[in-house]
Design a protein around this ligand. Structure first.
Ligand code: ACM
Ligand code: ZN
Length: 506
């Protein structure tokens, strides 16, 4: 379709068009009254209507000829996220077997309905007839938001979630602790939020955290939009904020000051001390209650081994467990926490760095380093992967060499669009690559406006890369469709970066 991002997987243009007239009705089948919310979304974007226009509930609604019909169909083996959308001169019929599918159909339809202007600037009054059968290529379509380097309050995250849903993203991974701050209230250990959530920035106190009520509110808000929030509790490195409140759980004993800058800190949790695991298991106990997500991310990236190699306690652990080196000690640490999560019926996710010490058990591995050989080795050892390579998915990187905003490398819109979570080199492992996600690290992102500049429009490119089959992707078509989405960005006050070489709105 001309306007939809991510572009649907099967589209058949048919003859004629559907007229968008005033007073158009939205019908839902009466045995599925939960469809009401979807119908109400659509009513909002239809041409002028009565102020009190309500969706109509009818058992024979699929036969109605004067409006938009939403219908949940019974199909035991259908993809929960799939939908079909048929536009004929008589009606628009949106059907799905699952509510998520219906929600995605509504997002596609909203995009079609709100494309107000055609190429000549005339208001669109007709939608060309079409038959769309759509389902996602990948089950994991994500974005990671780092709220540690800079903290983002609940309304900011909600605003982001609204747009993620429009683009059919279904996972929001929240990076909740690092060397620069701890961002989640843990009731058993108030020191996480009295101490570890706040840092000194040249005499000013900077920080913040989500209360458990606030996080529950976010989880529910996301869930209503078919987005699972996946918390990341980072360990055993990137933990200086936690160590500032628990210096006895380091190898050296501290004291520690929470970082204001970026980088990789040498301080890590001591793997030899049982109290380290006791504290982290207390945290996990509260995290698994708060987050219904089947996945819990436990970090595991960039763990310097210097402190462990110098620590008597850690060396004793290595000997007692018969481990060959500090890399294996890393895997030991991650496996212990992974097993604890398994006992709680959760699936752990960890960054690929852990593979340097051997394959961890019972986990999903999130690849941020694009070493195809190590991907293949991990897949061969039976692990499921989520792909998030720096080359395509790092939204903290600049969007052009000449941009001021952003750090380290460059990920252009075009390279984000070129992202393929399961390229030909990984053929044969399709089911084991769960999908991909964009990562928004926030060392150089301070405000909502900067956050939006770094996320939009690159998230549209990633969304299409994880939803749409490779053969259906087309860069030129994407760029053409994306121009229309600047109307959405403008209307919703989203500070999207303009596209290079395109005068948006011209
Ligand atoms: C990472 O970028 N350190 C996962
Ligand atoms: Zn130690």
């Amino acid at each position: 379709m001309k306007t939809i991002i991510p572009t649907p997987n099967n589209v058949e243009q048919t003859a004629g068009s559907f007229a968008l007239v005033e007073g158009l009705q939205v019908y839902i089948s009466n045995d599925h009254s939960e469809l009401l919310q979807f119908a109400e979304c659509l009513l909002k974007v239809l041409p002028k209507k009565d102020a009190d226009a309500r969706p109509k509930v009818l058992s024979d609604c699929e036969d109605r000829v004067d409006g938009i019909v939403l219908r949940l169909v019974d199909s035991a083996d259908a993809d929960e996220e799939a939908y079909s959308l048929q536009v004929t001169p008589e009606r628009i019929l949106l059907q799905a077997a699952g509510q998520a599918g219906l929600a995605y159909g509504v997002q596609s339809l909203m995009q079609m309905l709100s494309a107000d202007f055609d190429a000549n600037g005339a208001v669109i009054r007709e939608i060309p007839c079409v038959k769309i059968e759509d389902a996602p290529r990948f089950k994991w379509r994500g974005m990671m938001l780092d709220v540690t380097r800079h903290f983002f309050h609940v309304p900011v995250v909600k605003k982001l979630i609204d747009s993620l849903h429009l683009y059919k993203i279904n996972k929001l991974h929240m990076h909740l602790n690092d060397d620069q701050g701890w961002r989640l209230d843990i009731k058993k250990h108030p020191e996480f939020t009295t101490t570890a959530a706040w840092r000194d920035e040249d005499g000013n106190r900077y920080g913040g955290f989500y209360t458990q009520d606030e996080m529950a509110e976010l989880v529910a808000y996301a869930s209503e939009r078919y987005i699972t929030i996946i918390p990341e509790i980072e360990m055993p490195g990137h933990c200086l904020a936690s160590l500032s409140a628990h210096p006895h759980l380091s190898c050296s004993g501290g004291p520690f000051k929470i970082w204001t800058g970026a980088g990789i800190c040498e301080e890590v949790y001591c793997v030899g001390k049982e109290e380290t695991f006791e504290l982290l298991c207390d945290v996990i106990d509260e995290v698994v209650e708060l987050f219904p997500s089947p996945y819990i991310h436990i970090g595991g990236d960039e763990v310097p081994k210097k402190r462990w190699s110098e620590c008597e306690c850690c060396q004793k652990r290595k000997e007692d467990e018969g481990l060959a080196n500090e890399e294996e000690l890393h895997v030991y640490f991650m496996n212990r926490m992974a097993n604890y999560l398994k006992e709680k019926s959760k699936t752990p996710v960890m960054w690929d760095d852990v593979l340097e010490g051997g394959a961890p058990k019972n986990t999903k591995v999130m690849f941020w380093r694009d070493g195809t050989d190590s991907n293949i080795k991990a897949l061969e050892s039976g692990l499921d992967l989520i792909m998030t390579p720096t080359t395509h998915c790092y939204f903290d990187y600049k969007q052009a060499e000449t941009d001021k905003m952003g750090q380290i490398g460059v990920v252009t819109l075009e390279s984000a669009y070129a992202f393929n979570p399961c390229p030909d080199k990984l053929l044969g492992f399709e089911g084991k690559v769960l999908g991909g996600q964009a990562n928004v690290w926030t060392e150089t992102i301070f405000t909502l406006s900067e956050l939006e500049y770094m996320v939009f429009p690159r998230i549209c490119a990633i969304a299409e890369s994880v939803w749409t089959q490779t053969a259906r992707k087309d860069w030129k078509s994407f760029v053409g469709r994306l121009q229309g989405h600047y109307t959405y960005f403008d209307r919703n006050g989203i500070n999207a970066r303009p596209m290079d070489g395109v005068l948006v709105g011209a």
